[in-house]
Design a protein around this ligand. Structure first.
Ligand code: C2G
Length: 434
């Protein structure tokens, strides 16, 4: 029996894929098809895959061409599979010509002509493109325009109306914003936090989906209102906290939930970046608070027993440095944030078996370590992160809209609790000034 193996993503299965599978089958008597896992695709830069692994496996199975279907999950798995299954021939489309010659050491390598005129990325782009309005002038806004080019199906439209800094010119802001909303299907809001509430409200009531820099509002009540408006208008409202959409961060949360460091007793997150402070710059608690609070609330939850906010304010009443500490039933947490004070931007999660160490800048997570008393048990985890995670965030936003998923990566209670902390900061609740 001649065994043949081939691999692919097989997203939105089309006749180019099927032609390849047919010719692969004709090369032998038994065809194994390796379908790539979601994480493996993301790690190799394929971030736009529309269908889930199960959907793609089912589509390949439905062709009836595969005698066996396996999942490709890691770099180097092809060699393992060729040995494990006693494969005689590896084949793949000619767009990969030369890339797999090294497999000649293990089996015969055959490149089959690629079918012209069809590809999954073309099919993805043909789907209704999402016109995304970009709102605001913070430096990160430019990155969204650049990063959107990596996402099939998103067309970024830069804000065609007065940039912020004309805060006193509320009417032109209002008129310009209404004008922009007419041109788009969704907006990314990177404006000052004091504009978030009215801008999100107006967008949602116009039937536009919203991706907004956290905090989405300056009070918990307003944030809950906004989620209700989103639900009433059947629109998506997502926090743009980039860390939440990185593979490393989601894998870290899964490992912690599996108990990899035992019971967790402390979460400590620090985010600082010295800024040229101007009257337009955000308070540290708004600039970095949502990012630093995310792992605390994702790991320990939002039902703490007590908290304390300590801030160092400048003469314009902006917080240059803020520390928030929490006491939970069985744990403690602290976040340190600052745009006027520099510190080590690390994340440390402490447990009864060991701890997780994420080096600075932990919020652009590509790497973390689990460390134990017996250092021979320490493990390191690496995950590729392109573009600081913004493109993954845009893909998640697009997929949430397309699939009509209600729950986004950042749960509503986490988003609202972040707003609640910021509300208490401005109200002076549980607050000490230094
Ligand atoms: N293919 C083809 N003609 C097309 C499109 C794809 O022959 N018009 C072939 C590809 O060359 C590949 C298979 O169909 O052999 C699956 O293609 P994709 O799903 O795009 O996945 P790809 O990442 O190209 O697969 O590690 C090997 C890769 O996973 C190969």
């Amino acid at each position: 029996m001649t065994k043949v193996i081939t691999y692919g993503t097989y997203d939105l299965l089309h006749y180019g894929h099927i032609r390849l599978l047919k010719r692969a089958k004709e090369l032998g008597d038994y065809l194994i098809v390796g379908v790539t896992a979601d994480d493996f695709d993301k790690a190799r830069g394929k971030i736009n895959v529309q269908q889930s692994l199960m959907e793609r496996i089912e589509a390949v199975r439905a062709t009836g061409l595969a005698d066996k279907i396996i999942v490709e999950e890691y770099e180097g798995q092809k060699i393992d599979d060729i040995r494990r299954y006693g494969v005689d021939i590896f084949t793949v489309g000619s767009d990969w010509k030369g890339k797999f010659d090294y497999l000649n050491e293990f089996c015969k390598v055959i490149y089959l002509d690629r079918t012209d005129g069809i590809s999954s990325s073309e099919l993805r782009a043909e789907q209704q493109s999402l016109r995304l309005g970009i709102v605001g002038t913070s430096p990160v806004v430019e990155k969204y325009i650049t990063e959107s080019k990596y996402v099939n199906g998103v067309d970024a439209i830069n804000a065609q109306y007065p940039q912020y800094g004309l805060d006193d010119d509320k009417d032109s802001l209002q008129n310009g914003y209404s004008y922009l909303l007419k041109q788009v299907d969704a907006v990314y809001i990177g404006s000052s936090p004091k504009h978030h509430y009215w801008q999100i409200c107006q967008a949602l009531k116009s039937g536009k989906h919203v991706l907004c820099e956290a905090p989405i509002a300056l009070t918990e009540k307003q944030s809950l209102e906004l989620f209700k408006v989103a639900q009433d208008n059947n629109c998506v409202l997502m926090d743009a906290i980039k860390t939440a959409y990185s593979m490393a961060y989601s894998r870290l949360l899964l490992l912690l939930k599996e108990g990899i460091i035992g019971d967790i007793y402390s979460v400590d997150a620090t985010c600082t970046s010295l800024r040229n402070l101007s009257n337009n710059s955000w308070d540290s608690i708004c600039e970095w608070g949502p990012t630093a609070l995310l792992p605390v609330f994702d790991i320990l939850g939002t039902t703490y027993k007590a908290k304390q906010i300590v801030s160092h304010m400048d003469d314009q009443k902006k917080d240059l440095f803020t520390r928030v500490t929490f006491v939970y039933e069985h744990a403690v947490a602290s976040v340190k944030v600052g745009t006027g004070v520099k510190s080590e931007g690390e994340l440390i999660v402490s447990g009864t078996k060991g701890y997780v160490y994420v080096p600075a800048p932990w919020w652009k997570m590509e790497y973390f370590e689990t460390r134990y008393e017996d250092s021979s048990k320490n493990r390191r985890y690496f995950y590729q992160l392109d573009g600081e995670g913004i493109r993954y965030e845009l893909v998640s936003f697009l997929q949430t809209i397309r699939k009509g998923k209600k729950e986004s990566y950042i749960r509503k209670n986490v988003s609202s609790e972040i707003c609640s902390i910021i509300e208490d900061f401005y109200k002076g609740t549980d607050f000490i000034k230094i």
